[in-house]
Write a protein that binds this ligand. Structure first.
Ligand code: FAD
Length: 344
């Protein structure tokens, strides 16, 4: 996010791509509610607060967002630009690419049950599935995202909302959930009112039947229960929240010089071994590298200067946001300059 800010100060517009459905990387995903004490000028803020402050800071530069998609390809073009492609078939042509890929793309852990891939994206989801009106929904998982989702769906059912599902079952391998106390209390109250069923068990295999239009439909989950018995759980939709795991994935396949799982960069410019491609944050390595947010801010600043010089072919001198009318125009705190009548 700070890379977007520094590029904005150089007058360069950015597109942001992340495998997560929201901005913020590790700060948002791994420790959103935990305190950070070593951001200059901010004695303490949570991971999520830092993300929100950065989002507010980059607002004037209005980046284009491409969330919930993984960068899968990065290919050099004859004109020196890079063609980037994502898993959602977004294609972007860019003169500069900034890889801030951390420890890899955060992608949801998937269920390892034979035949499940045939239903992924249709009846099996690793995120909110969309409208669930009138459906028998099974939410799978034991942490806060699963508990919160089951509560949302069961509350809609209890309140007889028009978009409510027909039934909600929270499935976890044991009848113990890891979520804040207020959510656990709501869970118990919805269970007591029969708006929500809780089942402890593990999925062993799937039941499917021919669908009305041809492709098979998932009809039920076969479960192994803690007492050793089996149980068949009918359903229309399965939403599984099994956590996320970082996957370095394609970054390692783009032919860039690497040291173990990090991209080698020049610490003066944060350029990788390929012209026009920069790497900042936890993904890079150079002598003295420290994986700290503060260091990544510095890296993003020098990478933006370096890219601006490469694009313009000119030396870029430092300007201060305090005193530079140009930077203040870019930031939107001064009105944009109107060209003088003499200028072309
Ligand atoms: C529990 C914990 C506490 C921490 N506390 C502090 C602290 O107090 N102070 C501090 O300075 N640092 C702290 N850190 C470290 C800090 O969070 C990292 O240094 C920082 O998040 C690195 O930022 P980044 O942008 O390089 O990568 P990340 O935050 O890892 O973000 C990388 C993003 O890139 C995405 N991505 C990767 N590959 C792809 C791809 N191919 N396509 C699409 N998206 C992709 C990922 O989904 C991810 O969202 C902490 C880390 C942890 C885990």
């Amino acid at each position: 996010l700070f890379q977007v800010f520094q590029l904005g100060l150089q007058g360069i517009k950015a597109h942001v791509i992340d495998a997560l459905p929201h901005a913020g990387g590790q700060c948002a995903e791994l420790y959103g509610d935990k305190p950070i004490y070593d951001i200059p000028g901010i004695p303490v803020c949570t991971g999520q607060e830092l993300v929100e402050r950065l989002l507010a800071q980059i607002k004037p530069f209005a980046p284009d967002w491409h969330l919930g998609q993984q960068v899968s390809q990065l290919a050099a073009q004859p004109d020196g630009r890079w063609l980037l492609a994502t898993t959602q078939r977004t294609h972007l042509l860019a003169r500069s690419v900034f890889i801030a890929a951390g420890v890899g793309a955060f992608v949801p852990r998937t269920l390892k049950v034979e035949g499940i891939s045939a239903f992924e994206g249709s009846q099996v989801h690793y995120h909110h599935s969309g409208p669930t009106a009138g459906q028998h929904v099974v939410v799978h998982g034991g942490d806060e995202p699963a508990v919160a989702r089951a509560i949302t769906l069961a509350t809609a059912l209890q309140q007889l909302q028009p978009d409510a599902p027909a039934s909600v079952t929270l499935l976890h391998r044991r009848d113990v959930f890891d979520a804040p106390a207020d959510l656990l209390a709501q869970l118990q109250s919805l269970k007591a009112s029969a708006a929500l069923h809780i089942v402890a068990g593990q999925i062993t295999h799937l039941h499917a039947a021919p669908g009305p239009l041809g492709p098979p439909q998932l009809t039920a989950l076969q479960l192994a229960l803690p007492d050793g018995s089996t149980h068949t759980l009918p359903l229309d939709t399965l939403e599984a929240y099994l956590g996320i795991s970082p996957r370095l994935g394609p970054v390692a396949e783009w032919g860039l010089a690497m040291d173990k799982k990090q991209l080698q960069v020049d610490p003066a410019t944060f350029a990788t071994s390929a012209p026009g491609i920069y790497a900042v944050g936890d993904i890079n390595t150079y002598p003295g590298k420290r994986k700290l947010i503060l260091c990544a801010f510095h890296e993003a600043t020098l990478a933006a200067y370096s890219a601006a010089e490469a694009i313009s072919g000119q030396k870029i001198t430092v300007q201060y946001t305090t005193t530079s009318p140009r930077l203040q125009q870019l930031l939107g705190v001064l009105p944009a300059a109107t060209p003088s009548p003499a200028s072309p």
